[in-house]
Write a protein that binds this ligand. Structure first.
Ligand SMILES: Cc1ncc(COP(=O)(O)O)c(C=O)c1O
Length: 369
C-alpha cells in the first residue's frame, strides 16, 4: 500500500452518515442554488472564523476575483503579490484587469518578503495580495500598515490556510478581504469546487453578494459586471458537515507535522518548516538542499511514498505572465524554493505507521549518501 498525499474516502468515512443526511435534506428541499443551506453554512463559517461576513462563492480562484473587484481593484492598478504561489493567485489580478507586481520570498521562507513588498509599492499600487502558503500565516502587520499609509487594500489569499491564525485572529479576517478555497484537498475541503470571501466590511460584503450574481443589486437590476460565482446549496450543506470536523483535521495535520519536524530536525541537507504557532499545515513542505530534491522524491516513490512539488516554476516565469518581461534570476529566492520544495503526505487520515514509513524512507535517503 502506498502512502498517498490524500485519502479522502478514509478521511471522510466517519462523516458519511451526516453527509448522506445533508444530501437527502437538499434533495427534499429542492432549492439547489442559494437558499437556506448556503445562508446557514455562511453563518457557521463566519462564526468559526470570527468574521462579520462570509460569502460562499464558486471557487477559491473566483473568491480572489470577486474580492478584488468588490474592492474596486481593476484597470490601471498594480497589485503586489508573491512570486511563489499557485497560479490562481496572480491570475486573479489579470482577471480584474490589473497588473501583477511580483515580490520575491525571503531566503528562508515560502511567504512573500514583507520588506521587498514595501520596496515595491508605487503610487499605482491599489492592493497587496499576500498568500498564507502551505497553511503558514504570513507576517501581515507590516503589509497592513504599509497598505494603510499608501491608500491600498490587503486581500489575503487563504486558499491553503483555513483555520490558520495570527495571534488570536484567523487569517482572512485581518485584511480588507480574505479568499478561501474548498477544493477537496484543502484544509476544509468540499465535494467539488467552492470558495469563500470573508470581510469585516458590510459594504464590501454587499458588493461581493452582488458580484457573485452578475452584479445583481435588486429584482432585475444589475449594476456591475460580475458573473455566476455562486456556491451550490448541496456544496454548502456538505461543507457544513465538514466544518464540524475541521478542527480535528487541523489537529491531525499538526500532529503529523510535529512528528516529521522532530524526527528530521538537524538532518543535514534538509530544512524542515520552522515551528509556527498558527500554521495549519495544508502542506508539510521541506526544502531539500544541494540539488537533491528530485532524487529524494524518486527514492520515496520507489518505497511507496507519494510526494508533491509545489511549485516547480515561480509565477513570474510562467508563460501566462510573459508580457511582464521577467527573466530567470530576478526572483532568486522564489527560484530556489521552486527547486528545493518537496511536500510530504500530511492529510488528516495519515496513520502513525504511515508517518513512520515516510520518515524511514527520508532518513534512509540521507543516511545512505
Ligand atoms: C494559494 C492558492 N490560491 C488560490 C487557489 C484557487 O482555489 P480554487 O482551486 O478553489 O479555485 C488555490 C487552490 O489550489 C491556491 O492554492
Amino acid at each position: 500500500m502506498r502512502v498517498t498525499m490524500l485519502d479522502l474516502p478514509r478521511q471522510l468515512a466517519a462523516l458519511a452518515p451526516a453527509l448522506r443526511a445533508a444530501f437527502e435534506r437538499v434533495l427534499a428541499d429542492g432549492r439547489f442554488v442559494g437558499g437556506p443551506e448556503v445562508a446557514r453554512f455562511e453563518q457557521r463559517v463566519a462564526a468559526r472564523l470570527s468574521v462579520p461576513h462570509a460569502l460562499g462563492v464558486s471557487s477559491g480562484s473566483d473568491a480572489l476575483v470577486v474580492a478584488l473587484s468588490a474592492l474596486d481593484v481593476g484597470a490601471g492598478h498594480e497589485v503586489l503579490t508573491s512570486a511563489y504561489s499557485f497560479v490562481a493567485t496572480a491570475e486573479s489580478i489579470l482577471r480584474v484587469g490589473a497588473r501583477p507586481v511580483f515580490v520575491d520570498l525571503p531566503p528562508d521562507g515560502f511567504n512573500l518578503d514583507a520588506a521587498a513588498a514595501l520596496a515595491a509599492l508605487t503610487p499605482r499600487t491599489r492592493a497587496l495580495l499576500p498568500v498564507h502558503l502551505f497553511g503558514e500565516p504570513c507576517a501581515l502587520q507590516a503589509l497592513l500598515d504599509a497598505a494603510e499609509r499608501a491608500g491600498a487594500v490587503v486581500v489575503e489569499d487563504c486558499a491553503q490556510a483555513f483555520g490558520a491564525t495570527l495571534g488570536a485572529r484567523a487569517v482572512g479576517t485581518l485584511g480588507a478581504a480574505g479568499a478561501f478555497s474548498f477544493f477537496p484537498a484543502k484544509v476544509l475541503g468540499g465535494f467539488g469546487d467552492g470558495g469563500l470571501v470573508t470581510t469585516a466590511s458590510l459594504s464590501t460584503a454587499t458588493r461581493v453578494r452582488a458580484l457573485r450574481q452578475h452584479g445583481r443589486t435588486g429584482p432585475e437590476r444589475y449594476e456591475a459586471a460580475g458573473g455566476n460565482y455562486r456556491l451550490d446549496a448541496l456544496q454548502a450543506a456538505l461543507l457544513d458537515v465538514a466544518l464540524e470536523h475541521v478542527d480535528g483535521f487541523i489537529a491531525a495535520r499538526r500532529q503529523s507535522a510535529r512528528e516529521y519536524a522532530q524526527a528530521l530536525a538537524g538532518l543535514g541537507g534538509l530544512v524542515v518548516p520552522p515551528p509556527s504557532e498558527g500554521h495549519v499545515f495544508g502542506c508539510f513542505t521541506l526544502r531539500v538542499l544541494d540539488g537533491r530534491r528530485d532524487a529524494l522524491a524518486r527514492h520515496l516513490s520507489e518505497r511507496g511514498v507519494e510526494t508533491a512539488v509545489y511549485y516547480p516554476t515561480p509565477l513570474p516565469l510562467q508563460p501566462l505572465f510573459a508580457a511582464l518581461g521577467h527573466r530567470a534570476g530576478e526572483f532568486p529566492n522564489a527560484e530556489r524554493a521552486a527547486g528545493e520544495a518537496l511536500s510530504l503526505p500530511v492529510h488528516p487520515a495519515l496513520t502513525a505507521s504511515e508517518r513512520g514509513r515516510v520518515l524511514d524512507a527520508v532518513l534512509e535517503f540521507f543516511r545512505s549518501r
